[in-house]
Every structure is written in structure tokens, then in C-alpha cells.
Design a protein around this ligand. Structure first.
Ligand SMILES: CC(C)(COP(=O)(O)OP(=O)(O)OC[C@H]1O[C@@H](n2cnc3c(N)ncnc32)[C@H](O)[C@@H]1OP(=O)(O)O)[C@@H](O)C(=O)NCCC(=O)NCCS
Length: 174
């Protein structure tokens, strides 16, 4: 498996699986219009936090890595700068169920802790998105929050959500 930063030319391959209804049901932003997807995918703020993973030279999924400051008291703000990363993930349904997304997320988490040196990695999902929170648990994340009807789904209305996290020391102890 190869994991690399996304480039604008990845948009059509990513659109091929992101436009699938089963994928679109859970992701934050969904369109079935290829041109709209190209524009969204290529926007610098989105492209800059997107990676893709390839198997045998074919893009099979994408990942989000969004680094931010942790909350802190003002006097120690420098220590919290860039201390957290939120991750997100998607896989082409044709490649699901084999552990590929898990492998990609494990590699990305290793990069977050070992290369970026972050303190904490987080992820969020709708509580009904079992495949996503099972992935979080497979990679060692803890369920930290259970939100009650706090996340608005485009067709289902207000749904429960889960928040997961793992600390650098928990990652190293695994
Ligand atoms: C979330 C998502 C990436 C999970 O995909 P996935 O295929 O379940 O994840 P993996 O590729 O890691 O495969 C893991 C599954 O394969 C199984 N598996 C088979 N061989 C495996 C192996 N060698 N290693 C690990 N898992 C393996 C696992 O048991 C697991 O299935 P289970 O959850 O039923 O037990 C996928 O459902 C998806 O893209 N959903 C739509 C987008 C989305 O929801 N994104 C997240 C928004 S919060």
C-alpha cells in the first residue's frame, strides 16, 4: 500500500467511489455532480488535508488529516500549538472488508505520533456508522464522547454521534 498526498488529478478516481450512495450516506459533503466534486476536491484547504491510499497503483481510498491547536491556558499556548490531529477516512466499497482502511489509518496514526509529534489523535462519526467506529476501535482509539442527537444528517435529521481519541502515550504502549 502507498499513502501519499492527494493531487487535483485524483478527483475523478475519488469521485468514482465517493459518489456511491453507500459512501455518501456518511460523509460530510456529498455530490453526484463530477464538476462540483472536482471543484470541492481541488480547493486548497481541502486538498491540503487530503491523502489517498493506493493498492497496486490504484487509488482505493482517501484520508483526512487536520492538525489543530489543543485547548490550553494562555500562558502555555505554545505547548498546545498543533498538538492535535483529527483523522477521517473513506474506502471504495469494492475494496472494503479486507482491512485496507485500517492499515492506512494505522500508518497515518504512526506518522502523526512519530513524525508530527502530536499529543492526541481524534475522530468522530455518526453513532450508526458502525464500520467507522469499529475501525477506530481496531486502531486502539477510545470512545470519549457519546453525543445525543447532536449531529445533523442531510436526510435523517438529528442523529447521535461518537467521539474517539488516542493519546501519544497510549499509542506507544500498544
Ligand atoms: C468507514 C470505512 C472506511 C470502513 O471500511 P472497512 O472496509 O470496514 O474497513 P477496512 O478496510 O479496514 O476493513 C475492516 C473490515 O474488514 C475485516 N477484515 C478482513 N480482513 C482483515 C484484516 N486482515 N485486517 C483487518 N480487518 C480485516 C474486518 O473484520 C472489518 O470488518 P468488520 O468491521 O465487519 O469486523 C468504510 O465503511 C467507508 O468508507 N464508509 C463510508 C465513508 C465513511 O463512513 N467514512 C467515515 C465517516 S466518519
Amino acid at each position: 500500500m502507498l499513502i501519499r498526498p492527494a493531487v487535483p488529478d485524483d478527483h475523478s478516481r475519488v469521485f468514482a467511489y465517493r459518489s456511491d450512495v453507500s459512501v455518501g450516506h456518511w460523509i460530510a459533503r456529498w455530490t453526484t455532480d463530477p464538476e462540483e466534486h472536482r471543484e470541492q476536491f481541488s480547493a486548497p484547504e481541502r486538498l491540503g488535508r487530503t491523502l489517498v491510499y493506493e493498492l497496486g497503483g490504484r487509488v482505493v481510498g482517501d484520508l483526512m488529516l487536520a492538525q489543530s491547536d489543543a485547548w490550553s491556558q494562555v500562558e502555555v499556548a505554545a505547548g498546545a500549538a498543533g498538538a492535535e490531529v483529527e483523522l477521517g477516512w473513506t474506502i471504495d466499497p469494492a475494496y472494503a472488508g479486507r482491512g485496507l482502511a485500517t492499515e492506512a489509518v494505522r500508518e497515518l496514526m504512526a506518522a502523526c505520533f512519530d513524525d508530527l509529534g502530536v499529543h492526541r489523535v481524534t475522530a468522530h462519526c455518526f453513532a450508526e456508522n458502525r464500520a467507522s467506529w469499529r475501525l477506530m476501535e481496531r486502531v486502539g482509539m477510545r470512545r470519549e464522547s457519546e453525543g445525543r442527537r447532536d449531529a445533523l444528517h442531510r436526510s435523517r435529521g438529528w442523529l447521535d454521534s461518537y467521539g474517539y481519541a488516542i493519546l501519544a502515550e497510549e499509542w506507544r504502549a500498544r
